[in-house]
Design a protein around this ligand. Structure first.
Ligand code: SF4
Length: 390
Protein backbone atom coordinates (compact mmCIF):
# COMPACT_ATOMS: atom_id res chain seq x y z
CA UNK A 1 0.00 0.00 0.00
CA UNK A 2 1.52 3.35 -1.02
CA UNK A 3 2.59 5.58 1.84
CA UNK A 4 0.96 8.97 2.12
CA UNK A 5 3.39 11.78 1.58
CA UNK A 6 2.75 15.51 1.66
CA UNK A 7 2.94 15.43 -2.14
CA UNK A 8 0.10 12.99 -2.68
CA UNK A 9 -2.25 14.28 -0.02
CA UNK A 10 -5.45 15.45 -1.55
CA UNK A 11 -6.71 18.96 -1.03
CA UNK A 12 -9.66 17.67 0.94
CA UNK A 13 -7.37 15.93 3.43
CA UNK A 14 -5.22 18.94 4.17
CA UNK A 15 -5.61 20.47 7.58
CA UNK A 16 -7.55 23.70 7.42
CA UNK A 17 -5.31 26.67 8.14
CA UNK A 18 -6.11 28.82 11.12
CA UNK A 19 -8.16 31.86 10.19
CA UNK A 20 -5.88 34.71 9.16
CA UNK A 21 -6.11 38.15 10.63
CA UNK A 22 -8.55 39.60 8.16
CA UNK A 23 -8.46 43.32 7.50
CA UNK A 24 -4.83 43.37 6.37
CA UNK A 25 -5.43 40.94 3.52
CA UNK A 26 -8.82 42.16 2.34
CA UNK A 27 -8.51 45.44 0.54
CA UNK A 28 -12.01 46.74 1.18
CA UNK A 29 -12.15 49.33 -1.58
CA UNK A 30 -11.39 47.13 -4.60
CA UNK A 31 -13.77 44.51 -3.21
CA UNK A 32 -16.67 46.96 -2.90
CA UNK A 33 -15.98 48.47 -6.31
CA UNK A 34 -15.76 45.13 -8.09
CA UNK A 35 -18.87 43.90 -6.34
CA UNK A 36 -20.90 47.02 -7.17
CA UNK A 37 -19.71 46.85 -10.78
CA UNK A 38 -20.86 43.22 -11.00
CA UNK A 39 -24.16 44.01 -9.26
CA UNK A 40 -24.98 46.85 -11.68
CA UNK A 41 -24.75 44.37 -14.56
CA UNK A 42 -26.20 41.24 -13.00
CA UNK A 43 -28.78 42.12 -10.40
CA UNK A 44 -32.19 40.49 -10.63
CA UNK A 45 -35.15 42.69 -11.33
CA UNK A 46 -37.18 42.28 -8.14
CA UNK A 47 -40.34 44.28 -7.40
CA UNK A 48 -39.08 45.84 -4.16
CA UNK A 49 -35.87 46.93 -5.92
CA UNK A 50 -37.98 49.10 -8.22
CA UNK A 51 -38.96 51.08 -5.10
CA UNK A 52 -35.62 51.08 -3.31
CA UNK A 53 -36.26 54.45 -1.66
CA UNK A 54 -39.64 53.39 -0.27
CA UNK A 55 -38.93 52.26 3.32
CA UNK A 56 -42.31 50.50 3.60
CA UNK A 57 -41.57 48.41 0.48
CA UNK A 58 -38.21 47.42 2.01
CA UNK A 59 -39.78 46.67 5.38
CA UNK A 60 -42.36 44.40 3.78
CA UNK A 61 -39.81 42.65 1.54
CA UNK A 62 -37.37 42.08 4.40
CA UNK A 63 -40.06 40.53 6.62
CA UNK A 64 -41.14 38.22 3.80
CA UNK A 65 -37.59 37.25 2.84
CA UNK A 66 -36.64 36.10 6.34
CA UNK A 67 -35.95 32.35 5.93
CA UNK A 68 -37.81 32.29 2.60
CA UNK A 69 -36.56 32.10 -1.00
CA UNK A 70 -37.02 35.07 -3.33
CA UNK A 71 -39.09 33.05 -5.81
CA UNK A 72 -41.57 32.07 -3.11
CA UNK A 73 -41.90 35.65 -1.92
CA UNK A 74 -42.57 37.28 -5.32
CA UNK A 75 -46.32 36.56 -5.59
CA UNK A 76 -47.00 37.21 -1.94
CA UNK A 77 -45.19 40.56 -2.09
CA UNK A 78 -47.16 41.74 -5.13
CA UNK A 79 -50.50 40.73 -3.60
CA UNK A 80 -49.65 42.23 -0.23
CA UNK A 81 -48.46 45.60 -1.52
CA UNK A 82 -51.53 45.85 -3.73
CA UNK A 83 -53.88 45.20 -0.81
CA UNK A 84 -51.88 47.23 1.75
CA UNK A 85 -50.01 49.87 -0.27
CA UNK A 86 -48.93 51.97 2.73
CA UNK A 87 -47.82 51.39 6.27
CA UNK A 88 -51.04 53.15 7.37
CA UNK A 89 -53.26 50.76 5.43
CA UNK A 90 -51.46 47.77 6.95
CA UNK A 91 -51.73 49.22 10.46
CA UNK A 92 -55.48 49.75 9.98
CA UNK A 93 -56.06 46.19 8.75
CA UNK A 94 -57.46 43.33 10.80
CA UNK A 95 -54.80 40.82 11.86
CA UNK A 96 -57.04 38.04 10.50
CA UNK A 97 -56.93 39.65 7.02
CA UNK A 98 -53.14 39.95 7.22
CA UNK A 99 -52.80 36.29 8.22
CA UNK A 100 -55.17 35.25 5.44
CA UNK A 101 -53.02 37.04 2.85
CA UNK A 102 -49.88 35.51 4.40
CA UNK A 103 -51.36 31.98 4.26
CA UNK A 104 -48.89 29.55 2.75
CA UNK A 105 -45.80 31.73 3.20
CA UNK A 106 -44.98 30.07 6.54
CA UNK A 107 -43.35 31.44 9.71
CA UNK A 108 -46.56 33.26 10.65
CA UNK A 109 -44.98 35.11 13.56
CA UNK A 110 -43.49 37.34 10.83
CA UNK A 111 -46.98 38.40 9.73
CA UNK A 112 -48.01 39.16 13.29
CA UNK A 113 -44.78 41.11 13.91
CA UNK A 114 -45.12 43.00 10.63
CA UNK A 115 -48.65 44.02 11.54
CA UNK A 116 -47.56 45.05 15.06
CA UNK A 117 -44.58 46.99 13.62
CA UNK A 118 -46.87 48.88 11.21
CA UNK A 119 -49.14 49.84 14.12
CA UNK A 120 -46.14 51.00 16.19
CA UNK A 121 -44.83 53.06 13.25
CA UNK A 122 -48.20 54.79 12.93
CA UNK A 123 -48.67 55.32 16.66
CA UNK A 124 -45.13 56.32 17.63
CA UNK A 125 -43.43 57.56 14.44
CA UNK A 126 -46.23 59.41 12.71
CA UNK A 127 -46.50 56.78 9.98
CA UNK A 128 -42.85 57.11 8.84
CA UNK A 129 -40.57 54.08 9.01
CA UNK A 130 -37.67 55.10 11.31
CA UNK A 131 -34.27 55.72 9.70
CA UNK A 132 -31.86 54.80 12.49
CA UNK A 133 -30.83 51.18 13.01
CA UNK A 134 -31.35 51.34 16.78
CA UNK A 135 -34.83 52.83 16.37
CA UNK A 136 -35.76 50.22 13.79
CA UNK A 137 -34.57 47.53 16.18
CA UNK A 138 -37.16 48.59 18.76
CA UNK A 139 -39.94 47.49 16.37
CA UNK A 140 -41.41 43.96 16.70
CA UNK A 141 -39.65 41.33 14.57
CA UNK A 142 -36.74 43.59 13.53
CA UNK A 143 -33.23 42.50 14.46
CA UNK A 144 -29.88 43.96 13.45
CA UNK A 145 -29.93 42.40 9.98
CA UNK A 146 -33.42 43.64 9.01
CA UNK A 147 -32.73 47.07 10.51
CA UNK A 148 -29.45 47.33 8.57
CA UNK A 149 -31.12 46.29 5.33
CA UNK A 150 -33.97 48.83 5.64
CA UNK A 151 -31.69 51.66 6.82
CA UNK A 152 -29.08 51.13 4.10
CA UNK A 153 -31.40 50.36 1.17
CA UNK A 154 -34.17 52.88 1.84
CA UNK A 155 -32.16 55.64 3.53
CA UNK A 156 -28.58 55.03 2.33
CA UNK A 157 -27.33 54.59 5.92
CA UNK A 158 -23.86 53.13 6.42
CA UNK A 159 -25.22 50.02 8.13
CA UNK A 160 -23.94 46.47 7.49
CA UNK A 161 -26.09 43.37 6.99
CA UNK A 162 -25.39 39.77 7.88
CA UNK A 163 -27.75 37.06 6.68
CA UNK A 164 -27.03 33.46 5.69
CA UNK A 165 -25.84 34.41 2.20
CA UNK A 166 -23.57 37.20 3.43
CA UNK A 167 -22.12 34.96 6.14
CA UNK A 168 -21.17 32.35 3.53
CA UNK A 169 -19.54 34.91 1.22
CA UNK A 170 -17.57 36.59 4.02
CA UNK A 171 -16.43 33.32 5.56
CA UNK A 172 -15.11 32.22 2.18
CA UNK A 173 -13.45 35.54 1.45
CA UNK A 174 -11.67 35.26 4.80
CA UNK A 175 -11.19 31.46 4.67
CA UNK A 176 -12.76 31.53 8.12
CA UNK A 177 -13.11 28.07 9.61
CA UNK A 178 -14.88 28.86 12.89
CA UNK A 179 -18.44 27.88 13.70
CA UNK A 180 -20.39 30.85 12.27
CA UNK A 181 -22.89 30.59 15.13
CA UNK A 182 -20.27 31.23 17.82
CA UNK A 183 -20.44 34.72 19.34
CA UNK A 184 -16.76 35.39 18.47
CA UNK A 185 -17.22 34.44 14.81
CA UNK A 186 -20.47 36.38 14.61
CA UNK A 187 -18.87 39.54 15.95
CA UNK A 188 -15.89 39.19 13.55
CA UNK A 189 -18.31 38.80 10.64
CA UNK A 190 -20.26 41.92 11.63
CA UNK A 191 -16.96 43.80 11.87
CA UNK A 192 -15.93 42.54 8.45
CA UNK A 193 -19.31 43.41 6.87
CA UNK A 194 -18.98 46.92 8.27
CA UNK A 195 -15.36 47.39 7.20
CA UNK A 196 -16.19 46.46 3.59
CA UNK A 197 -18.97 49.08 3.25
CA UNK A 198 -18.14 51.72 0.64
CA UNK A 199 -18.52 55.44 1.36
CA UNK A 200 -21.53 55.63 -0.96
CA UNK A 201 -24.17 53.20 -2.21
CA UNK A 202 -24.18 51.14 1.01
CA UNK A 203 -27.67 49.81 0.23
CA UNK A 204 -26.57 48.60 -3.20
CA UNK A 205 -23.42 47.11 -1.72
CA UNK A 206 -25.39 45.16 0.89
CA UNK A 207 -27.78 43.90 -1.77
CA UNK A 208 -24.78 42.97 -3.96
CA UNK A 209 -23.29 40.84 -1.17
CA UNK A 210 -26.63 39.10 -0.66
CA UNK A 211 -27.08 38.68 -4.42
CA UNK A 212 -23.63 37.14 -4.79
CA UNK A 213 -24.43 34.65 -2.01
CA UNK A 214 -27.83 33.83 -3.54
CA UNK A 215 -26.62 33.37 -7.11
CA UNK A 216 -22.88 32.57 -7.49
CA UNK A 217 -21.55 31.75 -4.03
CA UNK A 218 -23.92 28.85 -3.45
CA UNK A 219 -23.44 26.46 -0.50
CA UNK A 220 -22.44 23.34 -2.49
CA UNK A 221 -20.99 24.38 -5.86
CA UNK A 222 -20.01 28.05 -5.99
CA UNK A 223 -19.43 29.47 -9.48
CA UNK A 224 -16.05 30.93 -8.66
CA UNK A 225 -15.04 31.34 -12.32
CA UNK A 226 -17.79 33.93 -12.78
CA UNK A 227 -17.23 35.63 -9.41
CA UNK A 228 -15.97 39.21 -9.34
CA UNK A 229 -14.16 38.54 -6.05
CA UNK A 230 -12.26 35.40 -7.03
CA UNK A 231 -8.86 37.13 -6.93
CA UNK A 232 -9.42 38.12 -3.29
CA UNK A 233 -11.25 35.03 -2.09
CA UNK A 234 -9.00 32.96 0.15
CA UNK A 235 -11.28 29.92 0.18
CA UNK A 236 -11.21 29.85 -3.63
CA UNK A 237 -7.47 30.45 -3.84
CA UNK A 238 -6.79 27.69 -1.31
CA UNK A 239 -9.31 25.19 -2.69
CA UNK A 240 -11.39 25.28 0.48
CA UNK A 241 -14.80 26.33 -0.82
CA UNK A 242 -16.25 22.85 -0.17
CA UNK A 243 -15.29 23.05 3.49
CA UNK A 244 -16.29 26.61 4.29
CA UNK A 245 -18.64 27.23 6.01
CA UNK A 246 -18.38 23.94 7.95
CA UNK A 247 -21.57 21.82 7.77
CA UNK A 248 -24.03 22.56 10.57
CA UNK A 249 -24.69 19.81 13.10
CA UNK A 250 -28.00 18.09 12.29
CA UNK A 251 -30.77 18.81 14.75
CA UNK A 252 -32.85 15.86 16.02
CA UNK A 253 -36.14 15.64 14.15
CA UNK A 254 -39.17 14.56 16.19
CA UNK A 255 -42.05 12.64 14.64
CA UNK A 256 -45.61 13.57 15.51
CA UNK A 257 -48.78 11.74 14.47
CA UNK A 258 -51.98 13.77 14.30
CA UNK A 259 -55.56 12.71 13.55
CA UNK A 260 -57.63 15.34 11.76
CA UNK A 261 -61.41 15.71 11.57
CA UNK A 262 -62.73 17.08 8.27
CA UNK A 263 -66.35 17.71 9.28
CA UNK A 264 -68.70 19.03 6.65
CA UNK A 265 -72.02 20.86 6.85
CA UNK A 266 -73.48 21.75 3.47
CA UNK A 267 -70.62 23.45 1.63
CA UNK A 268 -68.61 24.40 4.68
CA UNK A 269 -65.97 22.77 6.83
CA UNK A 270 -65.51 23.01 10.59
CA UNK A 271 -62.38 25.01 11.50
CA UNK A 272 -60.85 25.90 14.85
CA UNK A 273 -58.51 28.81 15.53
CA UNK A 274 -55.12 27.96 17.05
CA UNK A 275 -53.95 29.65 20.27
CA UNK A 276 -52.30 33.09 20.01
CA UNK A 277 -48.79 31.72 20.60
CA UNK A 278 -46.76 28.73 19.45
CA UNK A 279 -46.72 26.94 16.11
CA UNK A 280 -49.14 28.43 13.51
CA UNK A 281 -50.41 30.81 16.20
CA UNK A 282 -53.76 32.45 15.41
CA UNK A 283 -54.27 30.48 12.16
CA UNK A 284 -57.34 28.38 11.38
CA UNK A 285 -57.05 24.63 11.07
CA UNK A 286 -59.17 21.51 10.83
CA UNK A 287 -59.73 20.07 14.34
CA UNK A 288 -57.02 17.59 15.26
CA UNK A 289 -55.62 15.53 18.12
CA UNK A 290 -52.15 14.07 18.60
CA UNK A 291 -51.86 10.28 18.94
CA UNK A 292 -50.10 9.69 22.26
CA UNK A 293 -47.31 7.14 22.75
CA UNK A 294 -48.83 3.66 22.91
CA UNK A 295 -52.36 4.91 22.15
CA UNK A 296 -54.41 2.91 19.65
CA UNK A 297 -55.77 4.58 16.51
CA UNK A 298 -59.37 3.80 17.60
CA UNK A 299 -58.89 5.41 20.98
CA UNK A 300 -57.30 8.56 19.51
CA UNK A 301 -60.05 8.80 16.88
CA UNK A 302 -62.69 8.46 19.62
CA UNK A 303 -61.01 11.29 21.56
CA UNK A 304 -60.95 13.47 18.42
CA UNK A 305 -64.66 12.81 17.82
CA UNK A 306 -65.61 13.39 21.49
CA UNK A 307 -63.79 16.74 21.58
CA UNK A 308 -65.66 18.18 18.61
CA UNK A 309 -68.22 20.87 19.51
CA UNK A 310 -70.93 19.28 17.31
CA UNK A 311 -72.45 15.80 16.93
CA UNK A 312 -70.72 13.86 14.18
CA UNK A 313 -69.49 10.33 13.45
CA UNK A 314 -66.04 10.22 11.89
CA UNK A 315 -65.03 7.68 9.25
CA UNK A 316 -63.41 4.51 10.67
CA UNK A 317 -60.25 4.93 8.64
CA UNK A 318 -58.41 7.92 7.21
CA UNK A 319 -59.26 9.01 3.67
CA UNK A 320 -55.74 10.31 3.14
CA UNK A 321 -52.50 11.41 4.74
CA UNK A 322 -50.59 14.69 4.53
CA UNK A 323 -47.06 15.04 5.90
CA UNK A 324 -45.21 18.23 6.75
CA UNK A 325 -41.52 18.59 7.50
CA UNK A 326 -40.79 21.51 9.80
CA UNK A 327 -37.36 22.49 11.07
CA UNK A 328 -37.32 20.07 14.01
CA UNK A 329 -40.55 18.15 13.47
CA UNK A 330 -42.07 15.80 10.97
CA UNK A 331 -45.85 15.77 11.34
CA UNK A 332 -48.14 13.18 9.77
CA UNK A 333 -51.80 14.19 9.50
CA UNK A 334 -54.31 11.35 9.01
CA UNK A 335 -57.61 12.78 7.81
CA UNK A 336 -60.99 11.39 8.91
CA UNK A 337 -64.21 12.70 7.43
CA UNK A 338 -67.66 13.23 8.87
CA UNK A 339 -70.89 15.17 8.36
CA UNK A 340 -72.46 17.31 11.09
CA UNK A 341 -75.67 15.82 12.46
CA UNK A 342 -77.20 19.12 13.57
CA UNK A 343 -77.20 22.75 12.44
CA UNK A 344 -75.64 23.81 15.72
CA UNK A 345 -73.38 26.87 15.52
CA UNK A 346 -70.28 26.16 17.61
CA UNK A 347 -68.77 28.78 19.95
CA UNK A 348 -65.39 30.46 19.30
CA UNK A 349 -62.69 29.33 18.59
CA UNK A 350 -64.74 27.03 16.31
CA UNK A 351 -66.30 28.26 13.09
CA UNK A 352 -67.96 26.89 9.96
CA UNK A 353 -66.14 28.34 6.96
CA UNK A 354 -65.98 27.86 3.23
CA UNK A 355 -62.79 26.01 2.22
CA UNK A 356 -62.20 28.65 -0.45
CA UNK A 357 -58.92 30.52 0.27
CA UNK A 358 -60.72 33.85 -0.23
CA UNK A 359 -63.48 33.09 2.22
CA UNK A 360 -61.79 31.31 5.07
CA UNK A 361 -59.36 32.75 7.63
CA UNK A 362 -55.55 32.34 7.38
CA UNK A 363 -54.42 28.71 7.33
CA UNK A 364 -51.06 26.96 7.32
CA UNK A 365 -49.68 25.24 4.23
CA UNK A 366 -50.36 21.90 5.94
CA UNK A 367 -54.06 22.79 6.28
CA UNK A 368 -54.17 23.95 2.65
CA UNK A 369 -52.73 20.60 1.55
CA UNK A 370 -55.42 18.78 3.56
CA UNK A 371 -58.20 20.81 1.95
CA UNK A 372 -56.78 20.12 -1.50
CA UNK A 373 -56.64 16.42 -0.71
CA UNK A 374 -60.25 16.46 0.52
CA UNK A 375 -61.41 18.23 -2.61
CA UNK A 376 -59.58 15.77 -4.84
CA UNK A 377 -60.98 12.73 -2.95
CA UNK A 378 -64.53 14.06 -2.86
CA UNK A 379 -64.47 14.98 -6.52
CA UNK A 380 -63.52 11.38 -7.34
CA UNK A 381 -65.95 9.75 -4.91
CA UNK A 382 -68.99 11.93 -5.38
CA UNK A 383 -68.72 14.79 -7.85
CA UNK A 384 -72.14 16.12 -6.83
CA UNK A 385 -71.02 16.63 -3.22
CA UNK A 386 -67.69 18.25 -3.92
CA UNK A 387 -66.89 20.95 -1.35
CA UNK A 388 -67.90 24.14 -3.01
CA UNK A 389 -65.17 26.77 -3.46
CA UNK A 390 -67.10 29.90 -4.16
S1 SF4 B 1 -14.66 33.14 -5.44
FE1 SF4 B 1 -16.14 31.50 -5.18
S2 SF4 B 1 -16.18 31.05 -2.98
FE2 SF4 B 1 -15.17 33.04 -3.24
S3 SF4 B 1 -16.81 34.53 -2.98
FE3 SF4 B 1 -16.65 34.10 -5.16
S4 SF4 B 1 -18.14 32.44 -5.57
FE4 SF4 B 1 -17.78 32.57 -3.34
Amino acid sequence: MPQRTPANKTRANRRLPATDPWPSLLAARPISQRLLHWYDRNRRDLPWRRHADDPYAQLLAEFMLQQTQVNTVLNYYERFIKRFPTVGSLAAADLDDVLTLWSGLGYYSRARNLHAAARRIVEQHGGTVPQAVDELMTLPGIGRYTAGAIASIAYGARAPVLDGNVIRVLMRLLAMTDDPKSPTARSRLWECAESLLPRKRCGDFNQALMELGATLCSPRAPSCDACPLRQSCRAHLRGLTGRIPPPAARARVLSQRMLVAAVRKDHELLFVQRPASGLWAGLWELPCEQVMDGESLDKARGRLQANLPIRCRLSRSPIGIVTRQLTHRRITFEIFTGTARDGHRPPRPWRWMSPSPNRRGGTSRACEAMIELLEARQALANPAKTIKKS
